[in-house]
Design a protein around this ligand. Sequence first.
Ligand code: ADE
Length: 243
Amino acid sequence: MRIAVVSLFPEMFGAVTEHGVTGRAVRQALVGISHSNPRDYTVDRHRTVDDRPYGGGPGMLMKIDPLQQAIAAAREQVRGEDGARPHVVYLSPQGRRFDHRRAVALAQKEALILVAGRYEGVDERLIEAEVDEELSIGDYVLTGGELAAMVVIDAVTRQLPGVLGHEASADEDSFANGLLDCPHYTRPEAYQGKVVPEVLLSGDHERIRRWRLKQALGRTRERRPDLLEGRAMTPEEEELLAE
Ligand code: ADE
């Protein structure tokens, strides 16, 4: 997958391109991440990237021309032999909520452009002309779209084939089955007077599977009942929840 990031702060993205699982995916060329900086398309002495909003009020918007040209450059960066049209995402609190399903869907794209805004936002006509989808990572306001774009890069990259090893398949994720994850335990067997649940030491894989599913269901009902609302239950899940 090819991802181009449009941002005034490309250095921030070292957090995902240089470290951990996503850093390894970049080094293995399972994902390519390039940058396009609106600042590079300014023409004035001060390299101005912001502009005043019509109608007045506090705050500035991103200046149209440099941003439009940075998006055009990003389109070139991710142009591949497959001729796939890049999917352009603008990160903003006004977007639809980004979730596991969206991450899985975006992982199918050959080419992604993530536009990270700064200031109070972007001219609506530019969004209409250039953006396929506006996404929010949650109901709070960040000082810029960069962290949100990194959240998308991380969640999408770990869905790409070959990125996670067998030991941690994305299919077994929390959320892959619409539930929160069960609790996990590692050594020692007793820690601060608390012992690991007996079933996990039993070696009985079927009992362990049922215990984990029951824990996942219980936690989800307790902490995120909204996740259960639109979700059909299997007979086994009904039975475990009723126990
Ligand atoms: N930019 C600022 N806040 C944001 C949010 N919550 N999600 C995505 N982009 C943002």
